[in-house]
Design a protein around this ligand. Structure first.
Ligand code: 1PW
Length: 215
């Protein structure tokens, strides 16, 4: 195994979501949110090429956010809270129809936020699954309960087909690079509350500003 491969572990990925939350005011820090997502993409890519259609969109959304962060207004994108305040005040968000601000930070993060819910449901199902559970079924259930509601038929169809190509439960646990199945279950039990917290705070932020349906 190369050094780079060795470094990847789902533990580290999930710890980015822990680092996301600023201690004093619970702001969700953008750089850690982005690095958490980059890790999730590596995880998805290690599940096989067929899953790359899923990760490609996440990659392009991560790139949009990195570009904002590197731009002259980068400081405004320090946290999800500062981004929302800045983009709304400067009228940089298309609220009803995609037009001149078609790729605002707010709408881009909303897509990743919805996808995070899928991941949360899926990993939780995996954590509590038994030896006979099928990953494709767990993944499909998690998808139907979350992201599918926002996807048109053609994407739902393609997603379902790619789920069938998911590796079996054992392989899945190995790819996570955490240790034995028991180690994975323990790690998920400890790490998932942080992912949930990031999800809940973001959901509340978007609800408060009426941003949950951005086009
Ligand atoms: C096993 C790990 C699971 C992690 C799942 C997180 C990734 C989910 C990405 C799904 C992408 C499906 C194909 C793209 C769909 C886009 O149209 C859609 N994007 C998302 C993230 O839902 C909406 O973005 P758009 O088209 O409004 O820019």
């Amino acid at each position: 195994m190369t050094a780079v491969e060795e470094k990847f572990s789902l533990t580290e990925v999930l710890s980015s979501f822990k680092a996301c939350l600023e201690k004093e005011n619970q702001d969700v820090l953008m750089d850690y949110y982005i690095s958490g997502w980059k890790g999730l993409v590596r995880f998805m890519n290690s599940l096989g090429a067929i899953f790359s259609f899923v990760s490609k969109d996440a990659v392009s959304k991560i790139q949009i956010m990195e570009a904002f962060r590197k731009s002259s207004s980068g400081d405004q994108y320090r946290s999800l809270q500062s981004m929302v305040a800045y983009e709304l005040k400067a009228k940089l968000v298309d609220l009803n129809k995609r037009a001149e601000h078609s790729n605002s930070g707010c709408r881009t993060i909303l897509r990743l936020h919805r996808a995070l819910r899928w991941l949360q449901l899926f990993l939780e199902k995996l954590r509590t699954s038994t030896e006979n559970s099928k990953t494709s079924v767990l993944c499909t259930e998690a998808y139907n309960d979350s992201l599918a509601n926002y996807h048109p038929w053609i994407i739902r169809k393609t997603a379902m087909v790619s789920f069938y190509a998911l590796p079996a439960r054992n392989t899945f646990f190995e790819v996570m690079n955490v240790g034995s199945i028991e180690d994975v279950v323990t790690m998920l039990g400890e790490a998932m509350p942080y992912v949930s917290q990031v999800y809940d705070i973001t959901q509340q932020l978007y609800a408060q500003h009426n941003l949950l349906d951005l086009p």
